[in-house]
Write a protein that binds this ligand. Structure first.
Ligand SMILES: [Ca+2]
Length: 311
């Protein structure tokens, strides 16, 4: 079993990622760290706590992190995830009376990695906390086996701009800084997450157990957004795809590239820039990341549905 810290901004798909991890024997959640993104830090922290409470996992600590990007203004996405960031379903997923621990997220991450308890971090929000952890203690952070990042759009359009994906766009300086670190990075971009579509029919097929009621309540609004605005047949499983990689790397095919994040462009800020010309005359790329370029969508979706159907 891989013990991970999930650094996230719940967020409907973050909540589905947490659920997938909780229901898997291949992954254990050491702790959850929260960041600004889909909604405010205060709300993403409350949401992490209420999701854990709903599933009776009061043993998992939550550490709150950055409320703002490193340099730019905060950019939230309540239009996608609901006012409360979780589809506005507090009647079904009530608020917790628990609080986050006192240690800030980046310090909690450093402490747990330093202790050897965690070798894998899964980041499914803006990369502010991860950047702060590397900036504060690169020696410890570079002992990680892998950093799995949901973010970026490669050969696919962006989702907050024609070229930028929401997590990288939410803090481009942090994203670019993290990609420049030596640790092994696995990037799960929109190219693959937009192939894993949870349709209303699939949701209907899930039994009304505890996980099923959770999924059915939180995805409704989110799914409508993707069907109406993106003309998709349902909602992509963005963040669950990152946990899916940890559960079974065979779900995804990886290719190594040099990848950076644009921090200056007038029209391209937050865009993932990938050097695809390696091997052409005179081009010396320095590969620094593995990018998921294909996904076994049916196998992963079957796994997702069976996982949320069993408890
Ligand atoms: Ca997220």
């Amino acid at each position: 079993m891989k013990n991970v810290i999930l650094d996230c901004d719940p967020g409907v798909d973050d909540a589905l990622a947490i659920l997938l991890a909780l229901n898997s024997d291949n992954v254990g959640i050491e702790g959850i760290t929260t960041v600004h993104g889909n909604t405010t830090l205060d709300q993403t922290t409350k949401n992490a706590l209420r999701v854990l409470d709903y599933f009776g996992r009061l043993d998992i600590p939550v550490a709150a992190g950055a409320s703002n990007p490193l340099l730019c203004e905060v950019h939230n996405a309540e239009n996608v995830h609901g006012k409360d960031g979780l589809g506005d379903v507090s009647n079904i997923v009530p608020y917790s009376t628990r609080r986050e621990i006192e240690t800030p997220a980046h310090q909690y991450i450093i402490d747990r990695v330093s202790s050897g308890a965690v070798k894998t971090i899964v980041a499914t929000g803006a990369l502010t906390n991860i950047a702060l952890a590397f900036d504060n203690n690169p020696e410890v952070m570079n002992t990680l086996d892998e950093l799995v990042i949901m973010g970026g759009a490669f050969r696919h359009p962006g989702n907050v701009s024609p070229v930028a994906e929401a997590n990288f766009y939410a803090d481009p300086e942090a994203a670019d800084y993290v990609l420049a670190q030596d640790v092994k990075k696995i990037i799960i971009p929109l190219d693959v997450t937009h192939q894993v579509i949870l349709t209303p029919e699939l949701v209907k097929s899930i039994p009304d157990n505890r996980s099923g009621i959770f999924v059915k309540s939180i995805v409704k609004r989110y799914q409508n957004f993707y069907m109406n605005v993106w003309a998709l047949k349902g909602n992509p499983l963005h963040d669950p795809s990152a946990i899916g990689y940890v559960i079974n790397p065979d779900f995804l095919a990886l290719e190594q590239f040099q990848a950076n994040v644009e921090t200056l462009g007038k029209h391209t800020r937050g865009m993932m820039i990938v050097e695809q010309r390696a091997g052409l005359a005179g081009i010396n790329a320095k590969p620094n990341a593995y990018i998921a370029t294909a996904v076994k969508a049916k196998e992963f979706m079957d796994y997702f549905i069976s996982s949320v159907s069993k408890a």
